[in-house]
Design a protein around this ligand. Structure first.
Ligand SMILES: O=C(O)[C@H](O)CO
Length: 331
């Protein structure tokens, strides 16, 4: 039986996502969708709570909190939530599970982009690139000086990865040609298959802090990792070490990081993620020369964002058809 447009499953898309994903939804002919038609402003919560009423599926991004309130507002038709992100800390998994709602997400397609940006951020921080361009532009560039704008180099260094997954491996693979001496990592348990790809040694959190010249947080934000990068960790790090975070701002205790950076307990930090986002422009972290802050752009390449958008759309369509998604969270 041919279905009329109005009998097709209803989808709400919470953002103007990259065109590849919208094309998939459109051309499927299997759904009718409504879209919050802006990429610059997230859909206001009140509007979102209205728009989700009665929908069969939701395609969201990481700025939308998918919690009990929202799921109640959506009602019992909602069968699928597909997020255009690898991170899922904005989703209340327990509430979704309770309601039997299936969840799609977008791992792997962004691994290369995130790893690439992490390396860029690490180098920008350790070799003080932002300070350097500022000095060059604003008259600070006097004569060539012997110790001016010196930083820390990767050659012969120990790189520590906190939370070894696909992204941590991809970062280490990119850093290895810089003549890193040793990779170490910590996680809830050793991950020998992944570690063997980059010849990384499993160490305790304490050892990770003590040995790392560069420490990259690559873990998911969970109740266990919330603010785990705090004064306890920073106080054990070397004064010369660089801390990098491209995972979630919530894994860092920001006041402790500010204290560690401003007192010289560690040499520098590069952050692609903060709490909140956007970080207010008058936040103390912005006053520090040794802190490089990016506006959550690790996966922001045209090709990756389109792949994420396509994967989110395909996950949603498969979920609605009752088929296995390409990337589905096991709840
Ligand atoms: O979770 C994610 O997907 C990233 O933080 C944004 O791409």
């Amino acid at each position: 039986m041919k279905r009329t447009m109005s009998s097709l499953p209803k989808v709400y898309v919470t953002r103007q996502i990259p065109p590849a994903g919208l094309k998939i939804l459109q051309e499927s002919g299997k759904v009718q969708y409504e879209l919050w038609d802006s990429d610059d402003v997230p859909v206001p919560r009140k509007e979102l709570l209205q728009k989700v009423k009665g929908v069969d599926a939701l395609l969201c991004v990481l700025t939308e909190k998918i919690d009990a309130e929202l799921l109640d507002a959506a009602g019992s038709n909602l069968k699928v939530v597909s997020t255009m992100s690898v991170g899922f800390d904005h989703l209340s998994l327990e509430e979704l599970k309770k309601r039997g709602i299936r969840v799609g997400y977008t791992p792997e397609v962004l691994t290369d982009a995130v790893a690439e940006l992490t390396v860029a951020l690490l180098l920008a921080t350790s070799r003080r690139l932002i300070e350097a361009t500022h000095e060059a532009k604003t008259g600070g560039w006097g004569t060539w000086r012997t110790l001016w704008l010196c930083g820390h180099e990767l050659a012969n260094s120990t790189v520590g990865i906190f939370g070894l997954g696909r992204i941590g491996v991809a970062i280490a693979e990119r850093l290895a040609p810089f003549k890193v001496k040793k990779f170490i990592y910590t996680d809830v348990a050793p991950r020998p298959e992944l570690a063997s790809l980059i010849n990384a040694e499993y160490v305790s959190m304490d050892e990770l802090a003590k040995q790392s010249d560069f420490l990259a947080a690559c873990c998911a934000l969970t109740p266990e990792t919330k603010e785990i990068c705090n004064k306890d960790l920073f106080s054990k790090m070397k004064k010369t070490s660089i801390f990098i975070n491209t995972s979630r701002g919530g894994v860092v205790h920001q006041q402790d990081l500010y204290d560690a950076l401003s007192t010289g307990e560690i040499a520098g930090a590069g952050l692609d993620v903060t709490v909140p986002e956007p970080l207010p422009t008058d936040h103390p972290l912005f006053t520090l020369k040794n802190c490089v802050i990016l506006p959550h752009i690790a996966s922001a390449s045209y090709s990756t964002r389109n792949e994420m958008s396509s994967l989110a759309a395909n996950n949603l369509l498969l979920g609605l058809r009752g088929q296995p998604m390409i990337k589905e969270l096991k709840l």
